[in-house]
Write a protein that binds this ligand. Structure first.
Ligand SMILES: Cc1cc2nc3c(=O)[nH]c(=O)nc-3n(C[C@H](O)[C@H](O)[C@H](O)COP(=O)(O)OP(=O)(O)OC[C@H]3O[C@@H](n4cnc5c(N)ncnc54)[C@H](O)[C@@H]3O)c2cc1C
Ligand code: SF4
Ligand code: SF4
Ligand code: SF4
Length: 363
């Protein structure tokens, strides 16, 4: 009997079940050299076993592979918020970190790098507010230069039930791994759609999944448009030239600041109307598929809301706090509400944001 290849699962579970939409995502991510091992050009899915590198990337991106969906969903836990081991409000404990939203992500990453727990951190490359692609950062200096939000690169595919998978992050992680194949664990900062893709990589064991020790997810209601037509509409509606954008703050609203210091503030739903189409289909606001999720909603100015979802994530947060990289609200203000009340308020805020997004997705 011929040896089974990863794409046989696509044939069995998707194509032969009549569920293939010929979307081409499997071909698009195929890493076979010279020609595609899985090919939809003929108007059907044809395969070339002799070319297949068994990278399993086609299993990460197929929007119809229900067995992957089920396995990934099981990792994230139940409900709109998924697994929650701990919720807290934190800020940086480091004078060298300056960030309006608390600098929690940067401080946590600094801890992971400086403690040697990871040897690299994957973040969007910086070009003002517009990140393009991802970079692997290995020094505190590079990391400190990357505080704040980037619009990020957003090639996505909508799956069923409000899941959106980000294809750019799969391609980026593969390329970064090829350029830096030596052993060494990474932390990756990810939007919910990126965290979902990484979770699928973990489930399907697609390299470099084993190197991704921590996924630090950012809450995300919407993003800015990524293509010319969307940008033009957005510029007409806001009166703001996005080429001049100096910073963007996503939290309770979307606040844009240009190089001259002028600002415009939009309600999240308003910004979402101009956002990428798949943002309007994406139900995950709180980065359910990450190890630690961080966002602005519910937190005081200068703080972030931090959700630990996995044991490894919780331990990393505790270590960062113990070593002074992070400070929880009660460490800063002795009159902060007691822990239970604080947690309850934060969960309510994140749940409220998730419900607002569901109302759009279901509309
Ligand atoms: C597109 C987007 C939408 C968001 N929407 C919301 C929201 O609706 N509600 C909410 O409460 N919070 C939202 N956030 C999260 C919030 O704005 C802050 O990013 C978060 O609170 C972390 O703040 P910080 O000060 O700890 O981050 P910092 O210490 O400044 O670190 C931010 C880190 O995130 C990385 N990063 C920035 N942009 C991206 C990106 N697009 N993809 C991956 N990594 C990135 C940076 O490189 C940096 O390492 C959003 C963030 C983004 C990027
Ligand atoms: S990725 Fe698209 S084209 Fe490929 S098997 Fe799945 S549905 Fe069909
Ligand atoms: S396993 Fe990799 S090489 Fe083989 S068909 Fe899938 S994407 Fe292509
Ligand atoms: S709203 Fe969803 S699809 Fe859009 S950038 Fe955020 S996580 Fe990705």
């Amino acid at each position: 009997m011929a040896e089974r290849k990863p794409f046989d699962r696509l044939l069995d579970e998707v194509v032969n079940e009549g569920n293939c939409s010929l979307c081409g995502a499997c071909q698009n991510q195929c890493t076979a050299e010279g020609a595609f091992a899985v090919d939809v050009a003929s108007g059907d899915v044809s395969v070339h076993p002799e070319l297949c590198t068994e990278c399993r990337s086609c299993l990460v991106v197929c929007p119809e592979l229900a067995s992957s969906d089920r396995a990934v969903d099981a990792l994230a836990g139940e409900g709109l918020l998924g697994n929650v081991l701990d919720v807290s409000m934190m800020t940086t404990g480091l004078w060298r970190v300056r960030s309006a939203a608390g600098g929690v992500v940067t401080s946590l990453l600094l801890h992971l790098l400086e403690s040697g727990e990871v040897t690299g951190v994957v973040i969007p490359s910086a070009k003002g507010a517009w990140g393009s692609g991802h970079v692997l950062v290995k020094t505190p200096e590079e990391l400190l230069a990357a505080t704040g939000n980037r619009v990020g690169k957003l090639t996505t595919i909508a799956l069923r039930n409000g899941r959106v998978s980000n294809l750019s992050v799969l391609a980026s992680l593969r390329a970064l791994h090829a350029a830096d194949p030596d052993a060494g664990d990474w932390a990756v900062v990810a939007l919910p759609c990126e965290a979902y893709t990484i979770a699928r990589m973990r489930v399907e064991k697609v390299e470099p999944y084993a190197r991704v020790k921590h996924v630090i997810g950012l809450f995300c209601f919407t993003n800015l448009p990524g293509h010319a037509a969307g940008l033009r509409k957005f510029e007409q509606a806001t009166g703001m030239t996005l080429g001049d954008l100096a910073s963007v703050s996503f939290g309770g609203t979307v606040r844009l600041t240009n190089a001259e210091g002028e600002t415009r503030e939009l309600a999240l739903e308003e910004a979402l109307r101009f956002g990428p189409a798949n943002c309007q289909r994406c139900a995950d606001v709180s980065a359910r598929f990450s190890d630690i999720s961080i966002g602005a909603v519910g937190a005081w100015p200068g703080f972030s809301t931090v959700v630990a979802r996995t044991r490894g994530g919780l331990q990393a947060l505790h270590r960062a706090q113990r070593e002074g990289y992070l400070r929880a609200a009660p460490d800063v203000y002795s009159d902060a509400p007691e822990r239970g009340a604080l947690e309850e308020g934060l969960v309510r805020s994140v749940q409220g944001l998730a419900e607002r997004k569901m109302a759009v997705v279901l509309a």
